[in-house]
Ligand binder design. Structure first.
Ligand code: NAP
Length: 255
């Protein structure tokens, strides 16, 4: 897909990995809807940075656990832009919790954010994507940001891992349901950014990075580049692309 003047929605793109994806798309000439949950200031700064690249940007708040908020997000999107070409489902909660202590509410929260929201957002996105005209050999694109915890059985991340496994299967199911007009792919990042609170330059994170085949942690731009690759690759659908320095080759060694 040629990205110039296309419109992309990136969920959870106020900062961290989502921001890198939004900026990568903007650098290719796409206008960006910067979705955020609670990080209003960061989202506005990101939108400003995107606009400085010469494309349009709109920051929109929505708690993705709430279907009405998802509807509101699309109202704002449609008010500003008349089309949607790319959706990146990047927002997610990342919860570590001992198996015995997971309550119904904990389970529900994670599944609403990590699996139900990508489904509901993709459903609305697909309607919009189908309404816009585009060349038959340049389908619209949905990218789900999954996780290696959806492939390997990490300890302590039960609801996170199971929701990401669901997201990987949802990717394949949607790739069939939405073909040929929309391609759907997933990316499984590895050690890209430590959780907030852990220093990316600190010894522990760097040591974890040394344990993967490429011997170092990744960078959010590595995920952004993978999204650009998928956007340009009009014949790829239903794929899961690891961006993990080869961590998938050694399995859940760090967990
Ligand atoms: N970081 C890594 O190394 C890594 C590794 C593997 C996979 N991933 C995946 O890559 C994606 C991005 O990673 P990340 O580390 O940048 O993620 P993150 O910082 O943990 O979360 C991204 C954003 O998701 C938003 N979010 C969470 N729950 C939400 C809700 N209920 N409603 C609306 N927004 C919500 C938050 O927005 P606000 O801040 O605005 O509230 C948050 O900034 C995630 O899907 C993650 O699972 C990341």
């Amino acid at each position: 897909m040629e990205l110039h003047n296309k419109v992309a929605l990136v969920t959870g793109s106020a900062h961290r990995v989502g921001k890198a994806i939004a900026l990568a798309l903007a650098r290719q000439g796409a206008h960006i809807v910067v979705h955020y949950g609670t990080s209003e200031g960061a989202a506005r700064d990101t939108a400003k940075e995107i606009k400085s690249l010469g494309v349009d940007a709109l920051a929109v708040q929505a708690d993705l656990r709430n279907p009405d908020a998802i509807a509101g997000l699309f109202e704002m999107l449609e008010e500003r832009f008349d089309r949607l070409d790319i959706l990146v489902n990047s927002a997610a909660s990342f919860v570590k919790q001992p198996f015995d202590q997971i309550g119904l509410g904990d389970w529900k929260d994670v599944f609403q954010a990590n699996l139900r929201a990508p489904f509901l957002v993709s459903q609305r996105a697909a309607r919009l994507m189908r309404a816009a005209s585009r060349p038959a050999d340049q389908p619209a694109l949905i990218v789900n940001i999954a996780d290696l915890s959806g492939v390997f059985a990490w300890r302590g991340y039960v609801q996170h891992g199971v929701s990401k496994a669901g997201l990987i299967h949802l990717t394949q199911v949607m790739a069939r349901e939405l073909a040929p007009g929309i391609r759907v792919n997933a990316i499984a990042p590895g050690l890209i950014l430590p959780p907030p609170g852990m220093d990316p330059d600190g010894e522990r994170w760097q040591q974890m990075g040394q344990s993967v085949p490429l011997g170092r942690p990744g960078h959010p731009d590595d995920v952004g580049e993978a999204v650009i690759f998928l956007a340009r690759s009009d014949y790829i659908t239903g794929a899961l692309i690891p961006v993990d320095g080869g961590e998938h080759l050694v399995g859940p060694a760090n967990h």
